[in-house]
Design a protein around this ligand. Structure first.
Ligand code: ZN
Length: 345
């Protein structure tokens, strides 16, 4: 198994086998790359099938960005622990002239001679986005809000459409990070291709992948990526913080690392991802240390968890099965299996 899509399909089979209720629908997944300049990734469902599409352009950007981490300067920064302000602003830019077909073919044929870290990063970034889309399907979002945009009749009319949309997005981000944490940190299902790293390294690299993936997506698709956005999707930099917060909670719950260490690792890796995306795209850098911003993101993250409780009754009948283990706030050192029994999400 080498490609993120293969890994996702295997994960989806596991979901059906473990979390689909008796006689339930589960997920019938088709995943493909598409050529489009209009979107990054999407999921949709009809009565029988569920589809995920990822634009080839996004995938290629991720692959290129990951390869930049082969450069000594970047590698030293990403895998050691200097101050992010020491990142040199070199003109590493994504090439405007790339041959998509060649890169995809080489990737499929395993010909691309990149370092292990670069391959890992490219895989993890793509895998995370695919899991975000799978989460929309599994959690019932694609049936609550079909692809034509018309809401299901049971839409909770007292909940603002934008609040609903952002809540669903944050829920999908949270589950995507949970799934990646399970795949990379808790199990060794991907180890044939990616030999096991230490827990701290794995958490670091997941945080880096997440920040880089969302920041690059944002910078590719939004002219003003730092503007607060009152849309169905949260702003991309908000998602960086939501995912980092989710990763902190997962690491606290399921590893033996101290809280302070977890925060240091994730905050450092997140900054590296943010800075790297800015350098790669030639864009400006907002200050990831800004206390007000971080506080605001945290509040919004937890507020969305509360909002999820209000939306749950309407989502219940659209869900494909039991929840993939959720983040249980504030609970430490629990076992993964404690969380897979109740349909509580
Ligand atoms: Zn989404």
């Amino acid at each position: 198994m080498n490609r993120p899509i293969d890994a996702l399909l295997t994960f989806a089979e596991g979901l059906n086998a473990t979390f689909r209720p008796e006689g339930g629908r589960g997920v019938t997944l088709e995943v493909s790359y598409v050529i489009s300049s209009q979107m990054n990734a999407f999921s949709a469902s009809d009565a029988k099938c569920d589809a995920i599409a990822l634009t080839a352009g996004l995938f290629i950007r991720y692959w290129q960005a990951a390869q930049v981490f082969d450069a000594e300067e970047f590698r030293a920064i990403a895998w050691s622990n200097p101050k992010p302000s020491s990142i040199p602003v070199n003109p590493y830019r994504l090439s405007p002239t790339i041959n998509m077909a060649d890169i995809i073919r080489d990737w499929k044929d395993h010909k691309v001679a990149a370092s292990q870290p670069a391959r890992w990063l490219a895989f993890a970034m793509t895998y995370m986005i695919l899991h975000h889309e799978l989460a929309h399907i599994w959690l019932g979002h694609t049936l609550l809000i079909p692809f034509d945009g018309k809401l299901s009749e049971d839409y909770p009319s007292d909940i603002d459409r934008i609040v609903l949309g952002q809540t669903l997005e944050i829920a999908a981000d949270r589950q995507a990070m949970t799934a990646c944490f399970q795949s990379f940190v808790l199990s060794n299902e991907l180890t044939p291709d990616f030999p096991a790293m230490g827990t701290g390294d794995m958490i670091h690299n997941l945080a880096l992948s997440s920040a880089l993936a969302w920041e690059l997506m944002g910078r590719m698709s939004r002219p003003e990526p730092f503007k607060f956005q009152r849309g169905v999707h949260p702003a991309f930099y908000e998602r960086v913080y939501f995912c980092a917060e989710a990763l902190k909670m997962l690491s606290l719950t399921y590893t033996d690392l101290e809280e302070k260490i977890i925060e240091e690792i994730i905050d450092h890796a997140t900054k590296v991802g943010i800075y790297a995306a800015a350098i790669l795209t030639g864009g400006g850098i907002y200050n990831p240390d800004l206390p007000d911003l971080v506080k605001l993101m945290k509040e919004k993250f937890y507020a969305s968890a509360m909002m999820s409780n209000l939306i749950r009754p309407n989502l219940e009948r659209f869900k494909r099965g039991l929840n993939v283990p959720e983040i249980h706030f504030g609970r430490k050192r629990a076992h993964w299996t404690d969380h897979i029994t109740a349909s509580d999400g």
